[in-house]
Design a binder for this molecule. Structure first.
Ligand SMILES: Cc1cc2nc3c(=O)[nH]c(=O)nc-3n(C[C@H](O)[C@H](O)[C@H](O)COP(=O)(O)OP(=O)(O)OC[C@H]3O[C@@H](n4cnc5c(N)ncnc54)[C@H](O)[C@@H]3O)c2cc1C
Length: 557
């Protein structure tokens, strides 16, 4: 008990590359002297470099993750969401389990390794419509979405819809963008033989990059090789062009070109983590400024590492990003180890060491068993680079079980047909949707989907009854709503809604909206009155087969 009381409590928040390798080294170096706890919102560590392979079905989603408890023997793992930090009281506030009651945890030393967030706000419509590639759920969602596009494209008879479904756009050509587009191309290429109504020439892939070349961290000749390989596999690489906006049906480029697509993957927009941003620490480029020992200045017992930290590599770093540790797994792992050694040194009253590491190089997979590698100054491309890529990531993957599973998946995937099982995942019941001027929100004959509130812009509703010749129209602005007749009956839309200018709608899925409104008689009365006032007899006149439709509607999932 007396010995336990002497132990210093070190809390590591974030179970990514930085946090995990930091906690592992703390446990090893401080065994018996430190009480190490790692807090993460999932009970697993995500090996982010393999996410594009999860999205492409090359490996199973469980293969790209490792349970934290298996990785961190001797470390207390806490599955919880960090909600705040009180630096004066030296406590971290978390919520955990189903009760979701806040719990305060005291620390002697705190390591912040929460990674980054995604910030796409600069591009209207991208936050609402782009898929991201940050965690396991993103990769899984992307895979499901792409297979869904193939399923619908195979059966649709509408050529425009088919073209849109078979056009895939990846924005950002850093290595996650390049690997994502290459892996998705592989998935679609291999899956195509099962979709007999889709011809290969109907598939379009675009990689869009604002800079004048792809893969800025690689030498220019390797990047040029990568561009050629991607183009050879049918991916159109567009450099020197930014993305302006996006909707659920298209992406607009800065030069005015419009690409009709149902799939936009954004690998750009690394932004500050929301919680980190709210901590009131000294930040630069969305990252916590640290000194060369990874301490957060002004806070004696607080350290930061990984993507959320800005760690200088030189004494007087300026505005040059090369003066700081880059946001890569390779660096985060080394930061974790050095930071752990520094915490021990501090406790023992010894000298701390600057963080110093030189990148050993970079690797990027290009699909079709090709890759590029720039390792220890040696440049490689093609099949051998791809073998190196696979070998390197296999060795880098923590834990024997994970290595074995990924190795086996790679082997099986090379001889087995691709896994095209689509495990449905429902999009969030409430979400924002961005529309460009002239876009249709819905049109007559479409199955009702939900309720819409205008948050920005104006939208024009028209209803025409071909039987009676009656016409109804109304313009909706911010604060107005439409689609509420889902509460009353019809299962098919009778009106056409078009965006009169660029705008944003808050969408609430039909079932959730109906449940919510029906739970509050006030709301149900409001909507019933509103419909009567706004549409009067029009609504009744236009409802097709309403009684039957209502039954059908209520059984929808
Ligand atoms: C698709 C992709 C491919 C990549 N490929 C490579 C590559 O090939 N080579 C390379 O070197 N780098 C690569 N990277 C970059 C690399 O993965 C990151 O630099 C690295 O993951 C950063 O580690 P980290 O520990 O700082 O953050 P992360 O790995 O992001 O970990 C942060 C952790 O904090 C947790 N967390 C966040 N908020 C909370 C909260 N409030 N409460 C509890 N837990 C929380 C998260 O769940 C996560 O587990 C890639 C990244 C991506 C997205």
């Amino acid at each position: 008990m007396a010995e336990a009381a002497k132990k210093k409590k070190v809390i590591v928040i974030g179970g990514g590359f930085g946090g995990v390798f930091g906690a592992k080294t703390l446990e090893k170096l401080g065994r018996g002297r430190l009480d190490v706890e790692l807090i993460n919102r999932n009970n697993y560590f995500v090996f982010q470099p393999l996410l594009p392979e999860v999205a492409a079905s090359t490996i199973h989603s469980a293969d790209a993750v490792v349970p934290l408890r298996q990785l961190l023997r001797g470390v207390q793992v806490r599955l919880a969401e960090v909600m705040g930090i009180d630096f004066a009281a030296k406590t971290v506030t978390v919520v955990q389990g189903t009760r979701r009651a806040p719990v305060d945890l005291a620390y002697d030393e705190l390591v912040i390794g929460l990674g980054t967030g995604v910030d796409l706000k600069r591009f209207p419509g991208l936050p609402e419509h782009a898929l991201t590639m940050k965690d396991l759920a993103d990769a899984h969602r992307l895979r499901t979405h792409v297979i869904g596009c193939l399923e619908t494209a195979d059966v649709t008879e509408d050529p425009d819809a088919k073209r849109q479904l078979l056009t895939f756009v990846v924005v950002g050509a850093g290595f996650s963008g390049v690997e994502t587009v290459a892996e998705l191309r592989e998935l679609v290429r291999r899956a195509l033989k099962y979709y007999t109504n889709i011809r290969p020439e109907e598939i379009r892939f675009y990689l869009i990059e604002y800079a004048n070349r792809i893969l800025p961290t690689f030498p220019a000749d390797l990047a040029a090789y990568a561009t050629r390989q991607l183009e050879k596999s049918g991916i159109e690489v567009m450099t020197g062009v930014g993305t302006k906006s996006a909707t659920g049906a298209a992406v607009e480029l800065a030069d005015g070109r419009l690409i009709s697509t149902s799939t936009i993957v954004a690998t750009i927009g690394n932004g500050p983590h929301r919680l980190v941003e709210a901590l009131g620490l000294d930040m630069k480029w969305g990252r916590i400024k640290t000194d060369r020992y990874m301490r957060v200045p002004g806070l004696d017992s607080v350290w930061a590492l990984g993507d959320s930290a800005l760690i200088p590599l030189v004494d007087a770093p300026g505005e040059d990003p090369a003066h700081y540790a880059p946001q890569t797994a390779q660096f985060a792992v080394r930061e974790g180890r050095q930071l752990a050694a520094n915490i021990l040194a501090k406790i023992d009253g010894e000298a701390l060491k600057h963080f110093a590491y030189t990148s050993k190089g970079a690797l990027a997979s290009l699909g079709m068993s090709k890759a590029i590698a720039d390792v220890y100054g040696i440049k490689l491309s093609g099949f051998f680079a791809w073998l190196l890529w696979r070998g390197f990531y296999l060795s880098f993957l923590p834990g024997f079980a994970a290595k074995f599973r990924v190795g086996l998946s790679w082997l099986l995937n090379s001889v087995m047909p691709p896994n095209i099982v689509q495990i449905q995942s429902t999009p969030p019941a409430t979400r924002y949707l961005y529309y460009r001027k002239g876009d249709k929100v819905f049109e007559p004959g479409m199955l009702i989907d939900g309720f819409y509130t205008v948050t920005k812009g104006t939208f024009w509703l028209t209803i025409d009854n071909p039987e009676t010749g009656e016409h109804f129209e109304k313009v909706f602005g911010p604060g107005d709503h439409f689609g509420e007749r889902v509460l009353i009956r019809t299962a098919l839309r009778t009106g056409l809604v078009v965006a009169l200018e660029d705008g944003i709608l808050l969408f609430i899925a039909q079932k959730d909206f109906t449940r919510f409104a029906r739970a509050f008689p006030f709301l149900e009365n409001y909507f019933t009155d509103y419909i009567e006032r706004t549409f009067g007899g029009t609504d009744k006149a236009f409802a097709p087969g309403s009684a039957d439709r209502k039954t059908e509607l209520e059984t929808l999932p």
